[in-house]
Write a protein that binds this ligand. Structure first.
Ligand SMILES: *Cc1c(COP(=O)(O)O)cnc(C)c1O
Length: 224
């Protein structure tokens, strides 16, 4: 199956209100180009340097998503063009995004990454840390940042009930937070990013409106 075929197959299962982000990490720019020609406009990467190299080579109407852990000293490289940062987990990182957004005279959108999996390798905020972050008065200074929602990764398990339970928990936390912080000047609460190649169908059932799919589009990744 070609990249275009894979995309078509996935798109046919994804309702219109769900944005498909094609995760192209470790794949060459040619693979992104192929997906782009098949109509795909949203792409995600987890390494700043790799994303920036592709961004420079590829059409400039592509929407680039940062999905991996983001170091503060790397924000400046993606600030000129990044569409959405999925992996914010601290006020310090938000303040750096704010600083770089100001320099670029743009607003950068970010999602708060929430820890929902059993594994403690998948980083992110728990509920108490989330509330603490949102109540931090420094957040009121973030004119160049828009917190537009949340992102989470479920446990890597074949137990679909567990995966569904974790996504449901995130959905409920999202709704609760949306109600409680609905009038926050720098929050919008319109995006819930959950679901990858192995679990996006479950995620959509549980209320996701943004899925991040890599290997089901581009094939397995070979890590060096
Ligand atoms: C790699 C990655 C994905 C895509 O994973 P697949 O299983 O290949 O679909 C999604 N989200 C994040 C945060 C990733 O790092």
């Amino acid at each position: 199956m070609s990249i275009a075929d894979n995309l078509k197959k996935i798109q046919s299962k994804v309702p219109d209100h769900v944005t498909l982000v094609a995760i192209s990490k470790t794949k060459p720019a040619e693979a992104v180009q192929e997906a782009y020609h098949a109509g795909q406009l949203h792409f995600g990467e987890n390494k700043v340097q790799e994303m920036t190299e592709k961004q420079e080579q590829l059409p400039h109407n592509i929407f680039w998503h940062q999905v991996g852990h983001l170091q503060r000293n790397k924000v400046k490289y993606i600030a000129p063009y990044v569409h959405l940062i999925h992996s914010v987990d601290s006020v310090k990182l938000l303040l750096e995004i704010q600083k770089q957004a100001k320099k670029q005279e743009r607003t950068i959108q970010a999602l708060l990454q929430i820890h929902i999996a059993e594994e403690d390798t998948k980083f992110g905020l728990n509920e108490a840390e989330l509330i603490q972050l949102l109540e931090d008065p420094e957040l009121l200074t973030l004119n160049g940042v828009l917190i537009s929602g949340m992102m989470g990764m479920a446990t890597n398990t074949s137990d679909e009930k567990q995966v569904a339970r974790e996504f449901k928990g995130l959905r409920e936390l999202f709704e609760k937070t949306k109600d409680r912080f609905s009038s926050h000047p720098h929050c919008m609460w319109n995006t819930l990013s959950m679901g990858m190649s192995g679990d996006y169908r479950i995620a959509i059932e549980e209320g996701s409106n943004m899925i991040r799919v890599g290997s089901a589009i581009f094939g397995e990744r070979n890590y060096k």
